[in-house]
Design a protein around this ligand. Structure first.
Ligand SMILES: [Zn+2]
Length: 163
């Protein structure tokens, strides 16, 4: 075993596990986690705060100098379509997001701080359920299963407390 450490493609054991699970989930839906999709997904995992597409492209180009933007965008679109990633529209940024870990109809809530652009997932079953009930009472159903909520994070609140 000649395992090189620290290169871009080396998957840690934990990453390997997550990626294999993602590949299996894709398979169930008749989709394939190709090497480029797997690489992009792994890089998203390594950037829990989210990453912009061009930053991803830069990283991938250190490995595959000929990588073209459409290749990366297609991989990102695939991950989003298969519930493995979410696009934070207000910041044009992508974040790994495992929808398979969420119950169906459960709304995922991502808190996006407008000041420092940090992203954190809010897990609150009661809030999620209340939202679904309120929507269905009004005759609506949630369109997207992931919501972005603009919310000032604790660090920024402390730095600039509300008057
Ligand atoms: Zn903040």
């Amino acid at each position: 075993m000649n395992k090189r450490r620290g290169t871009l493609t080396d998957e840690s054991q934990a990453e390997h596990h997550v990626l294999d699970k993602a590949a299996a989930d894709c398979c169930i839906h008749g989709a394939t986690l190709t090497p480029i999709r797997r690489l992009v997904f792994m890089l998203l995992q390594r950037h829990p705060q989210g990453i912009k597409a061009y930053q991803l492209l830069d990283l991938i180009r250190t490995l595959k100098p000929n990588a073209a933007p459409p290749t990366v965008y297609r991989a990102l679109n695939f991950l989003v379509a298969n519930g493995l990633a979410h696009k934070i529209s207000c910041m044009n940024m992508f974040i790994a997001y495992d929808q398979t870990q969420h119950a169906q109809n459960e709304a995922g809530m991502l808190l996006v701080c407008p000041h420092c652009h940090s992203v954190k997932e809010l897990r609150d079953d009661a809030a999620s359920q209340a939202l679904n009930e309120a929507l269905s009472a009004a005759g609506y159903r949630l369109d997207r299963s992931v919501m972005e909520i603009g919310a000032v994070c604790p660090a920024c609140t402390q730095a600039d407390p509300p008057a």
